[in-house]
Design a protein around this ligand. Structure first.
Ligand SMILES: [Fe+2]
Ligand SMILES: [Fe+2]
Length: 354
């Protein structure tokens, strides 16, 4: 064993965590592809022994011993930890680094914790988590909480999350739902590389940030009740969202693109640009599926809150051509939902794609 185990005392909030099982499976895939080793990581990796006590299990730039990680997991280590700065570098999202200079800009720990607690409550109370596999639930919940944590480290990004949370009752719950369901879709498709999952989760949390600048009288209305003028204003939110996020220099460009394209649809009639399916970023097509699903299951202007089963039936009935069936089917699998026989043609398409 070449690693050097070192126990360090450090506040929990100076670390970010990833789901151990996701980490192991992404490394196993890398190992399979390269037929030898999983990719090295240029940062130290830790597990948490107890509050504020971490042990380093891999030194930076060492080979990742996948079997040993599986051993840790079996002994109860559900998460792998990295120092917060390292983690953000690893993901290519340097929110806390860009603002480190000014101490008075730091978001108070207490405010962060309130938002994190609220996020966890939305997931467990509103998102029909009883119907999904426990491992998938834990993993997606960790991803959403880690993303919230990362964003809260930047005062500018924290202000955006706060704005979503305070603007209407339903907007933040909707965004958490989209983030959570999008992560579940990605995992179902085995897109479990931490970088991909984090990007999807952050894009989900921020996809509707452009709505914070739209009058509440419009935001609170179901779409069929909006006037032509109101629809026009409503449909500005993907572009406004992209502009708001582009001011945070640390947000990756890919996330900007996803935010801008989340209302494009596969028939080419979406907005803002009416892009064709192949022109839409795959992650924007993924988010479009969880966006529609969240609109129905989470109480808000479009619905009083439906069961996942009814939401899927509604989507199949009204929106199946607009959405990417690969992602829609993956979400159905997450919930163990079997589409009715009349959608046999769609099912055949899905099976072909699989
Ligand atoms: Fe939207
Ligand atoms: Fe949305």
């Amino acid at each position: 064993m070449t690693h050097q185990a070192e126990i360090i005392d450090s506040p929990d909030e100076s670390f970010s965590k990833l789901n151990m099982l996701d980490f192991i499976s992404s490394k196993e895939i890398e190992k399979k592809i390269s037929k030898s080793h999983a990719k090295k990581i240029p940062y130290d990796l830790y597990i948490r022994l107890s509050p504020q006590k971490f042990v380093r299990i891999v030194n930076k730039n060492q080979e990742i011993p996948v079997e040993r990680f599986r051993n840790y997991y079996e002994k109860g280590a559900l998460f792998v930890y990295m120092k917060k700065e390292d983690f953000q570098n690893y993901l290519g999202i340097n929110l806390c680094l860009t603002e480190k200079i000014s101490e008075n800009k730091l978001v108070p720990q207490e405010k962060k914790l309130i938002l994190l607690k609220h996020t966890g409550e939305i997931i467990l109370d509103c998102l029909y988590t009883n119907e999904i596999d426990q491992t998938a639930l834990e993993s997606a919940k960790t991803m959403v909480e880690t993303a919230t944590h990362i964003l809260s480290d930047s005062s500018a990004a924290f202000e955006l999350l706060k704005a979503l949370n305070e603007y209407t009752d339903h907007l933040y719950a909707h965004c958490v739902a989209v983030s959570f369901y999008s992560t579940l879709i990605a995992r179902q498709l085995q897109w479990n590389a931490p970088v991909t999952l984090t990007k999807i989760t952050i894009a989900g949390l921020l996809h509707d940030i452009g709505k914070k600048d739209i009058p509440r009288t419009i935001i609170d209305k179901p779409r069929f009740n909006m006037s032509v003028e109101e629809i026009k204003i409503y449909e500005t939110h993907p572009i406004t969202g992209m502009q708001i996020l582009s001011k945070l220099e640390a947000v990756p460009e890919e996330i900007l693109q996803i935010v801008m394209q989340h209302h494009e649809d596969c028939t080419g009639h979406g907005y803002p640009h009416g892009l064709k399916k192949g022109q839409i970023h795959p992650l924007a097509r993924l988010i479009a599926v969880s966006d529609k699903f969240a609109e129905f299951v989470v109480k808000g202007p479009e619905s009083q809150g439906m069961t996942p089963e009814n939401a899927f039936l509604e989507i199949l009935n009204l929106y199946r051509d607009l959405l990417d069936t690969t992602f829609l089917y993956a979400l159905m699998q997450v919930f163990g939902f079997e589409p009715p026989k009349k959608y046999i043609q769609l099912r055949e398409e899905w099976e072909e794609e699989e």
